[in-house]
Design a protein around this ligand. Structure first.
Ligand code: C2E
Ligand code: CA
Ligand code: CA
Length: 887
């Protein structure tokens, strides 16, 4: 139900409830009284009416009884006569009956039926048709007739419809005749009483009657019989009376005409009663209504009052709790009203004294007075007032006050400003704290942000050179992979590796190394464009990303420039440092960049640049890649070969130039390749160098040489010495000496051939130390390939080798070139002067051998005597003394 409907219903109910209660009670009392009175009156009325009716009924009953019995008495006389004159004929019968008819009676017809057949009637005229009627064969009359005969008593029937028309009561009188044989049944006399006449004579049809009558008991059957007169009154509580007949009775019922209810005066009485009730009730109802409304108003007023009370209490509480003070100012005279809290706010007593603008002004902090005044003055213009200022209290504490107000205008009343003010000191302090906290947070955030940027920068940059690092490069490459390089769709990558950086680092210290790296990064940055990306991705490795769209010539020029500049010596703490760079370049000009591939390709090119002697650049190409693949395969095979001991020492004998005795052998590495046969060092040494396994090879050869020497000793072949080649890396090995000591080498039987360039490197502490130690172990030091490098007399003096071995390139031309012979002669002279033996290698003919012997060479080695031989072949060579036959 909607609230509206509820309200409506409540309204109706309330209308009914309290105010109408008296009216309701009065109504009930009045109605109850009225009904009782009405009923009482009705009972009296009815009884009176019944008496009236009964009086009339009694009269009629009496008349009916009288008339019926009168008629019967008349006929009984006739019956008595017939008993004595059974043979009576029509005439006699008519004469007797006509006498009866002269009496006052309602008889209409009398018939005589001896033996139950009608033989006589009176009056005859009009009734001739009845003569001969046999009652036993007349269904309408047989029962009554036989009953009369059988009971011997009068049977009264009717009213019945008569054959002659009209209706009548028929009395059947049995007639018995006294004969000498006793009483015998003669027949029946029927007398018909005229109904209408009987009714009229009994007063039933009187116009003066005031009652309705019904008579039941057809054929004298009494109250239970069939009604034959008047309407059915049984339901109307009729007055009844019985009409006693000679053979039964009738029942008369009567009610006042129109019924009992139509008692005259009852309607008006009731109307009067209703009017009286209304007269009594109306004022009560009206008064009730008025009372109700008054009470309603009263209640509303009370609830409003309570609400107001509640509101004002709440407001009071709110003001109290919030410490809000209320003030008011009369604009016409400037007089102000302050409440207690306002006084407290401004440090004034609650003395109820009058306040003015001056009181206020005096309390406001001097520094804020001007502003506060201005704020107030604006109020007049805008109608609203809002201000915040400090109040200087008598005890010199400062309080922050916020004041708001509004101009209040009403006709007939002076303009006012009404306002509230409250202490906001705590808020101000809080705001101040917040502001400070925010500032701190902001500063902190800035620091954090700076730190974040720093960290991010650090994460992506190399701390030494400030260049982007490996991670940054990867990010860059990924970015380019996704979006192409600077929109050009082509990208080139220069992979730059410093040569000899490790030596500088090792010999001059890390500070020097760092300085070189910083210098190198500077060179790179200077030579690259602003949009180029320069990164340091490892110890001495750099990468430059640049566009590839300007072509290979541009890239080549750039690389060339870098290589050239890097070659320039750098002075560090007074020392000139030299290093170089190798650069591998890869370019990608595909629509879709493959940056991973790019990096690998540049690496391959770099590898090649290094392999080709460093200080240079190489472009990546498909052939290069194929080579690299091949090298890779060889490298794998070398490593496998080392594991399978496929590297073996072959031996080339050396001879005393004068006696041609075998004075030693040079052990040379050979690789017994499982499918390709014997391989010489040129096929694997470079790859082995790159794989950093040459030192391993060297050591293998040394061990095999030592084993061969002892074997040959045992065989009595008398090979005094074996020379082995020693790679630079091996000389750099700090553990070299330790390993050599373990081999327990017999002094003078092993010679180390060091390539000229090795000991010419200055300041190589480990190499120098190793060489000294090698000598101490009784191992000869020999300078290999003498004359091809830049060996100086000074370095020879420093190194003091046992022997020097003139390179075969110098030896070869001596047959045809006298100048070359002179060069050799001077080398021999130098050796001699320094006490260094001179070996000549590459002695291909005995003619060479002769010249070299003559020039003063001590030892000869070459094809003229023998090629390098496997250990077995060499042993055969020694045993058979094959060279003696050749020479
Ligand atoms: P190398 O030290 O100058 O060795 C001598 C090379 O000259 C050998 O080549 C040898 O076969 C060749 N040879 C000898 N007599 C003649 C001649 O009459 N005419 C000509 N034209 N050549 C002659 P191989 O065996 O191929 O060795 C080449 C280089 O490989 C060696 O040059 C050496 O530097 C290096 N090598 C060989 N074995 C080893 C080793 O075990 N360790 C190291 N580190 N290097 C080795
Ligand atoms: Ca050699
Ligand atoms: Ca050599």
């Amino acid at each position: 139900m909607s609230s509206n409907a509820t309200h409506l219903q409540e309204h109706r109910l309330s209308w009914l409830r309290p105010t109408l209660l008296p009216a309701l009670v009065a109504l009930i009392v009045l109605v109850a009284g009225g009904v009782a009175l009405d009923r009482q009156t009705n009972v009296l009325d009815e009884e009176r009416a019944r008496a009236v009716v009964l009086a009339q009924v009694s009269l009629i009953r009496a008349k009916l009884e009288g008339n019926i019995n009168g008629n019967i008495q008349l006929v009984r006389g006739l019956v008595s006569t017939i008993s004595t004159e059974p043979r009576m004929d029509q005439d006699r019968f008519a004469a007797l009956v006509s006498n009866l008819f002269e009496e006052q009676s309602q008889l209409r017809l009398v018939a005589g039926a001896p033996d139950l057949v009608v033989r006589m009637t009176y009056p005859f005229a009009g009734n001739e048709r009845a003569i001969g009627l046999d009652y036993r064969k007349s269904p309408a009359q047989r029962d009554a007739v036989l009953r009369a005969r059988d009971t011997g008593k009068l049977v009264l029937a009717g009213p019945v419809d008569l054959v002659q028309g009209g209706r009548g009561f028929v009395g059947r009188f049995p007639v018995f005749v006294d004969t000498p044989a006793g009483r015998t049944f003669w027949g029946v006399v029927s007398a018909v009483v005229d109904v209408e006449r009987l009714y009229a004579d009994s007063g039933l049809t009187d116009r003066s009657l005031t009652i309705d009558i019904s008579i039941t008991g057809k054929d004298a059957t009494g109250g239970d019989g069939t009604r034959f007169f008047g309407p059915d009154l049984t339901a109307q509580n009729p007055v009844t009376a019985s009409v006693i007949l000679p053979s039964g009775s009738w029942e008369i019922a009567a009610i006042p005409r129109g019924g009992w209810t139509a008692t005259p005066g009852s309607f008006w009485r009731r109307a009067a009663m209703v009017a009286a009730v209304a007269l009594i009730l109306l004022p009560i109802v009206i008064t009730g209504r008025l009372m109700g409304e008054r009470q309603q108003h009263f209640r509303e007023l009370k609830s409003r009052e309570a609400e107001l009370e509640r509101l004002s209490r709440r407001l009071g509480l709110a003001l109290d709790v919030s410490k809000v003070g209320v003030w008011e100012m009369d604009m016409t005279n400037g007089r102000e009203t302050w409440d207690d809290r306002t006084n407290e706010l401004y440090g004034l007593p609650n003395d109820g004294g009058s306040r003015s603008h001056d009181h206020w002004k005096a309390a406001v902090h001097p520094d804020d007075q001007e502003k506060a005044e201005n704020d107030f003055r604006r109020t007049i213009a805008s109608g609203r007032y809002e201000s915040m200022y400090r109040v200087l209290l008598p005890d010199n504490t400062v309080r922050h006050v916020r004041s708001v107000g509004a101009l209040y205008r009403e006709p007939g009343v002076p303009d006012k400003v009404v306002g509230v003010n409250w202490d906001v000191t705590a808020d101000v302090a809080l705001n101040e704290d917040l502001r400070r906290a925010t500032q701190l947070t902001e500063a902190r955030n800035q620091e954090l942000e700076a730190a974040r940027i720093r960290i991010e920068h650090n994460a992506l940059h190399d701390s030494l050179t400030g260049l982007p690092n490996r991670r940054y490069l990867d990010e860059m490459l990924n970015r380019h992979a996704a979006s192409g390089y600077e929109g050009t769709g082509s990208i080139a990558l220069l992979h730059i590796d410093l040569d000899r950086f490790k030596q500088i680092n090792d010999t001059m210290g890390h500070a020097a190394g760092d300085a070189m790296l910083i210098h190198a990064s500077g060179v790179l940055r200077r030579n690259c464009g602003d949009t180029d990306f320069v990164a340091r991705i490892g110890g001495d490795e750099f990468v430059v990303l640049t566009t590839a769209s300007d072509g290979d010539i541009y890239l080549g020029t750039l690389a060339e420039r870098i290589v050239r500049e890097m070659r320039q010596p750098v002075v560090y703490e007074g020392h000139q440092c030299r290093f170089g760079v190798s650069i591998g370049i890869a370019a990608d000009r595909q629509a879709v960049l493959d940056v991973k591939r790019l990096l690998i390709n540049a690496d391959i090119a770099l590898y090649r640049a290094k392999a080709r002697g460093r200080n240079r650049f190489e472009f990546f190409s498909e052939t290069l890649q194929a080579e690299v693949v091949r090298t890779k395969r060889i490298a794998d095979e070398i490593l496998g070969g080392l594991e399978r001991s496929e590297f073996v020492a072959w031996f080339q004998p050396q001879f005393d130039a004068k006696t041609l005795d075998v004075v030693g052998v040079e052990a040379l590495a050979r690789w017994q390749h499982p499918t390709e046969g014997i391989k010489t060092p040129d096929a694997f040494l470079q790859v082995a160098e790159e794989l950093n396994v040459v030192a391993t090879v060297d050591r293998l050869i040394l061990e095999q040489s030592l084993a061969a020497l002892s074997r040959w000793d045992a065989m009595g072949l008398g090979v005094p010495r074996a020379s082995v080649n020693v790679s630079l890396r091996r000389l750099n090995d700090e553990d070299l000496i330790k390993g050599l000591r373990e081999l327990d080498i017999e002094p003078g039987r092993i010679s180390f051939e060091l390539v000229e360039s090795i000991y010419l490197d200055e300041g190589d502490a480990i190499v120098g130390w190793n060489i000294d130690e090698i000598k101490k172990l009784g191992i000869d030091v020999e300078i290999d390939d003498f004359g091809t490098g830049y060996a100086s007399i000074v370095s020879l003096q420093k190194l003091r080798p046992k022997r020097l071995k003139i390179d075969r390139q110098l030896v070869n031309p001596i047959l045809v070139d006298p100048a070359q012979r002179r060069l050799l002669a001077s080398i021999v002279d130098i050796g001699k002067s320094m006490g260094i033996e001179v070996v000549a290698e590459g002695v291909e003919t005995m003619a060479h051998a002769a010249i070299l012997r003559d020039l003063g060479c001590d030892i000869l080695q070459g094809y003229a005597f023998s090629r390098p031989l496997s250990a077995a072949d060499f042993e055969t060579f020694l045993v058979t003394k094959a060279w003696r036959k050749a020479s």
